[in-house]
Design a protein around this ligand. Structure first.
Ligand code: XMP
Length: 519
């Protein structure tokens, strides 16, 4: 049986991924494709419905992003959102023009016609608007279904099964947004709620089994949720023909190297090769203070260590008459969308290094079992696979680890100081019940010494900054207003328990203009 699929054509809106996530909340599978995708590709997915996203352009511009207008005549229901509405109007013979006043933010919409899209919704709704153009003349067959005091807010041609709204139902500010999307996805398109964790696990395990056959695979573990869930899924398919490589790069958190190994082996039953390469990394990092150079050193060294270990596994398998041909990676859906987006991969502000850099000379084929999932879905799958909360709920931790939280040179001594402070932050944030509420919370060791007093002694030691942020996806973030009591406990514990730190400050910078990590 085919999984019900909704195709979302992306015209470049910052909210496109949000539309996909909202639909997944109904347990319906959704796919984001660049608006320029071919009609055949859309048809091949046999979608139950198509959604046209918003976008920053004007439909009448010469270089405006365009979809093949034939998607409107495919015979499956279409929902246009914002630019999507204007695209429909423009391409079916109506007129879109600059609006006299831009509508941005909260707005009130009056529903003026009974359409399936608005079924069960109130006749006045608070919605989120973000547009500078408006539909002036509607194409033949369309009628007005909703309006604000200024402009068209909803149109429909029910005979041709097309609906469109000028506002953004996917944004939380539109209170009835989820109901509206549900009306479209479940009511109008008749999608089945068959995108469930069990279904995903079952089909992924079957697919990996078929893909790998009797082959062998390797996987880099980071201790984080993505690589762990990817490894557990693949192990479910091919058992101990999967070997996981877990590297101590010398900049992991306190006791993490031991703890992660134990969990992976004992609780998750994974076949793990643990490589303690701390010294190798720290030697390479000696004297390096430039953030980008640090990242490069760690990235390159990681690949070198991974390469060495993978070779050993290869040799072993070869002498047993087997061949390792596969590499498991924890790529997530946002990376997949990003790399095929209309705008191309977005500009990387920092060079991100992730676990699992592909040793090119090995010509490994990729298994990416999470490439259809958003982060929250990975957690859901992990939970369904019976993985411990400690891994599932873990806050993101950067590939270059504590190295990007130690400003200036990374030495064994400074790593040890930061590990202690970091442990206290994690402990106290967990005790206060905030660990899952904030996106990330951690300590940063600054290359700043200041004077303090302890007992009757003058001290002259390091400063540590506390960073805690709230975020949906790490792309933007607000600094978290941690309760003063929590900050007080963190600060006094760090100063009294961590030798080498005598001052604690709190970072109150959001992203942008700051970044989450300090380097
Ligand atoms: P920034 O500092 O760019 O971080 O605001 C955004 C998110 O990405 C994480 N991060 C990384 N993750 N490798 C990773 O796997 C990296 O090199 C890296 N650098 C930053 C960061 O922790 C935050 O969640």
């Amino acid at each position: 049986m085919d999984t019900s699929t909704i195709v979302i054509l992306d015209f470049g809106s910052q909210y496109t991924q949000l539309i996909a996530r909202r639909i997944r909340e109904f347990n319906v599978f959704s796919v984001v494709l660049p608006c320029t995708v071919s009609l055949d590709k859309v048809k091949a997915l046999n979608p139950k419905g198509v959604i046209l996203s918003g976008g920053p352009s004007s439909v009448y511009d010469v270089d405006a992003p365009k979809a093949d207008p034939a998607v409107l005549a495919m015979g499956v229901p279409v929902l246009g959102i914002c630019y999507g509405l204007q695209f429909i109007v423009h391409h079916l013979g109506g007129k879109v023009e600059p609006a006299p006043a831009r509508e941005y933010g909260h707005a009130q919409v009056s529903v003026i016609a009974d359409t399936q899209l608005f079924r069960g919704l109130p006749t006045t709704m608070d919605v989120w608007m973000s547009h500078g153009d408006e539909a002036k003349t509607l194409p033949e067959g369309f009628s007005l279904t909703a309006q604000t005091s200024n402009a068209v807010a909803g149109i429909a041609d029910e005979a041709r099964r097309m609906w469109a709204v000028q506002f953004h139902p996917e944004v939380a500010h539109t209170k009835q947004g989820m109901e509206l999307l549900k009306n479209f996805v479940m009511g109008i398109c008749g999608a089945q709620a068959d995108w469930t964790p069990e279904h995903f696990i079952q089909t992924t395990v079957e697919r990996v089994k078929a893909q790998v056959g009797s082959g062998h695979a390797i996987c880099g573990l980071s201790g984080g949720v993505d690589s762990s869930v990817a490894a557990v899924l693949v192990a479910k398919a091919i058992g101990d023909r999967l070997t996981c490589i877990f590297v101590n790069n010398g900049v992991l958190r306190k006791d993490e190297f031991e703890k992660v190994q134990k969990t992976m082996r004992e609780q998750l039953g994974l076949n793990v090769v643990a490589v303690d390469a701390a010294e190798r990394f720290l030697t390479k990092l000696a004297g390096v203070t430039d953030p980008e150079t640090k990242r490069k050193v760690i990235g390159n060294e990681f690949i070198a260590v991974f390469d060495d270990e993978a070779k050993k596994i290869f040799e072993n398998e070869k002498s047993a008459g087997e061949e390792v041909a596969w590499l498991v990676q924890g790529t997530l859906y946002p990376d997949v969308i990003e790399s095929s987006s209309v705008h191309g991969p977005s500009h990387t502000i920092k060079s991100h290094h992730n676990v699992g850099g592909l040793p090119e000379n090995m010509k490994l084929k990729l298994i990416e079992p999470l490439r259809d999932l958003f982060k929250d879905e990975v957690r859901r799958i992990g939970r369904d696979l019976g993985m411990p909360d400690d891994i599932i709920e873990r806050q993101p931790f950067p590939g270059p680890g504590l190295a990007v939280r130690i400003l200036g040179e990374v030495t064994a001594e400074r790593v040890a100081i930061l590990q202690e402070a970091d442990q206290i932050v994690v402990d106290e944030i967990k005790k206060a019940g905030l660990y899952r509420k904030v996106w990330q919370s951690f300590a940063v060791l600054l290359p700043v010494k200041s004077v303090g007093v302890m007992g009757d002694q003058r001290t002259y030691a390091n400063t540590c900054a506390i960073r805690a942020v709230e975020s949906e996806d790490g792309m933007t973030a607000d600094w978290a207003p941690l309760p003063y009591e929590v900050l007080r406990t963190i600060s006094s514990r760090i100063v009294s328990e961590v030798r080498g730190i005598n001052r604690v400050v709190y970072d109150i910078t959001s992203k942008p203009p700051g970044t989450i990590e300090w380097e």
